[in-house]
Design a protein around this ligand. Structure first.
Ligand SMILES: Nc1ncnc2c1ncn2[C@@H]1O[C@H](COP(=O)(O)OP(=O)(O)O)[C@@H](O)[C@H]1O
Ligand SMILES: [Mg+2]
Length: 275
């Protein structure tokens, strides 16, 4: 009897199939339920301590990050400070040995990342944040996949925010410029109609003009009432638009204040803003 693998062009290596039809499932760091936790900021990761594996080193040590409704909160700090790690911790991708994450009156510390998306977290990671081989529109559709209702209106809103994406909607996202790709990534996150938007270095690798444009669009988004938490390398510009700023150093809070306060703080200026 001929097996499908005997057909020309097929991979004869059986290792790519799983004849048993079952496998090991290793749950991620979190796989539990949300619990009521009324009060406090809209999103907060409080006193988060943890790392990328249960037995590995702690990357975050007592780190607290929060954003409230109507605010833009910005995380700045040197390379390797743990900014992306803090975002991942909020999103449920870290093993926390202590601390808690609360969103909109619920303790979500035990929720898996996909459950947090359903609860309203829109997260744009620092890298690999778009599907390069899919068109712009397909990327947006992927963003809307968790929704059961009609996504056309939201897609139109994304196109209103980023008109270039409408123009390029049938083009592969990988063919776009850096700034346009970031718009796709932000648009994809907005398609879920999140309650909070988390952006890890949305302006990485773009020109100053494109950076200003992206910041303007992010301000537009925040003005609609959507809280925005973002990590930024362009510390000075980011703090200028920040209601709240966090300077992280070695996985811990070094300075916290309004954007204005941090910009005026001599220590922050000397150490992180080039004087
Ligand atoms: N996937 C990972 N696994 C293990 N360690 C990691 C991983 N990602 C980052 N780290 C470590 O965590 C620390 C903080 O990194 P990161 O959060 O990426 O810094 P930042 O975003 O502030 O530049 C670094 O020491 C880095 O080596
Ligand atoms: Mg980072």
């Amino acid at each position: 009897m001929s097996k499908p693998f005997d057909a020309p062009g097929y991979n004869r290596d059986g290792s790519i199939v799983n004849p048993e039809g079952r496998g090991e499932f290793t749950p991620g760091p979190q796989h539990g339920k949300a619990r009521p936790a009324p009060g406090g900021p809209f999103l907060i990761g409080e006193a988060m301590t943890g790392g990328y594996s249960k037995s590995g080193p702690d990357i975050l040590t007592g780190c607290t990050i929060a954003v409230d409704k109507g605010e833009i909160a910005v995380i700045v700090g040197p390379n390797g400070a743990g900014k992306s790690t803090a975002m991942r911790a909020l999103f449920g991708m870290l093993y926390l040995s202590s601390g808690a994450v609360r969103l909109d009156g619920e303790d979500i510390t035990d929720l898996a990342p996909q459950a947090r998306v359903i609860k309203g977290m829109g997260f744009v990671p620092q890298t690999h944040n778009i599907f390069t081989s899919l068109t712009v529109e397909e990327n947006l559709e992927m963003g809307g996949f968790i929704r059961k209702d009609d996504i056309t209106e939201t897609m139109q809103q994304v196109y209103d925010l980023f008109p270039i994406l409408k123009e390029k909607r049938t083009q592969a996202a990988g063919e776009l410029s850096g700034g346009q790709r970031q718009q796709v990534a932000v648009g994809r996150a907005l398609m879920t109609r999140p309650k909070v938007l988390m952006l890890d270095e949305p302006t990485a690798g773009v020109s100053p003009i494109v950076m200003d444009e992206l910041f303007d669009r992010i301000i537009d988004v925040a003005r609609t009432g959507l809280p925005v938490l973002m990590v930024e390398q362009n510390a000075r510009q980011a703090l200028e638009i920040a209601d709240k700023g966090y300077v992280l150093v070695q996985g811990a809070n070094a300075h916290t204040g309004t954007g204005k306060e941090l910009l005026a703080d001599p220590d922050v200026r000397a150490s992180f803003l080039g004087g």
